[in-house]
Design a protein around this ligand. Sequence first.
Ligand code: PLP
Length: 380
Amino acid sequence: MKFNTKTIHGGQHNVDPAYGSVMPPIYQTSTYSQTTPGGHKGFEYSRSGNPTRAALERSLASIENGKYGLAFGSGLAAIDAVIKLLNPGDEVISTNDLYGGSYRLFRKVFEKFGIKFHFIGMQEASGIEDYVNNNTKLLWVETPTNPMMNIIDIEACSKIAKKHKLLLAVDNTFATPYLQQPLELGADIVMHSATKYLGGHSDVVMGALIVNDDAIADQLYFIQNASGAVCGPQDSFLVLRGIKTLHLRMQRHCENGELIAKFLATHPKVDKVYWPGFPSHPNHEIAKKQMKSFGGMISFTMKGNTLADAVKVVEKLKIFTLAESLGGVESLAGHPASMTHASIPKEEREKPGVVDSLIRLSVGIEDADDLIEDLKQALS
Ligand SMILES: Cc1ncc(COP(=O)(O)O)c(C=O)c1O
């Protein structure tokens, strides 16, 4: 199957045996009857497995061209499971402008358990090897990065990971498998905040992991069940439904993203526009190589770089909603310094460019003309 077919049918071969329902039923149950101890039909307790979640997990594996999919209660719960593959003393090399919540989990939770994190600029993949030592176990890559839209070369990272026998995990939340498929580029683990584009309608919080390797899958299934951060059947159903239109939504997100990035780039009050589709973007060629198109996430700064100006703009927007999160059908605007990235100290967040006037847009699938008019009036 090709990608668009997979979003609808991938892993969904098991037609409901009871009534032939086209969508999998929402199995809203915590447990399953057994005829004799151990005599069940594949499910015994819904933390360990649930048929609606299993349908979603097969779909996740299918769209990322992976063998195994695992769904979690949030994106952070999925990341938490990956870091639990490690042991005290192990080291992780991560990009330095990743999602603030990932940074907080690494720094404030896992450092306490003796895992060491190096946050570095990964735009030049060759620089990563300077930080590899005998304790290094994992490369954590986010591309495009949140919110600076930096692009990291997944294939180059995979070569480094293989050379030093490291795991390579890629947070594919911004790109989605419609735009890039990290397992095909050599990654071992793909992670999603399914809250975003996979769900696509801002009505569910969920995380996902997709892998190919049997041993890594076994360990992750063990952690998923042992730590228990699973999602419920209703949420599984919603994300499964969301995935069925992922390709259509992403196509429009990309079209609208391009129009808005180009509009912002010519606006007299706008200073810098961060969007990997511009030939002037430092890693535009890598983006072209590993992504099908450039997505609907855009960040920009205002001339003068004052917090007050940025706040005024986001307050005046009418169609763009000022809100955390991204990837839904509706356009959202955010102010990373005070919202998504507030958990990163100011000196640390300003290094990669998360300055006071930075505004992040998640461009939705409304009419682009309406979105541009909205930005025009807010910037005026
Ligand atoms: C790139 C990225 N990764 C991970 C997460 C965390 O996901 P969740 O909010 O579903 O826990 C987010 C949330 O915004 C994100 O943007």
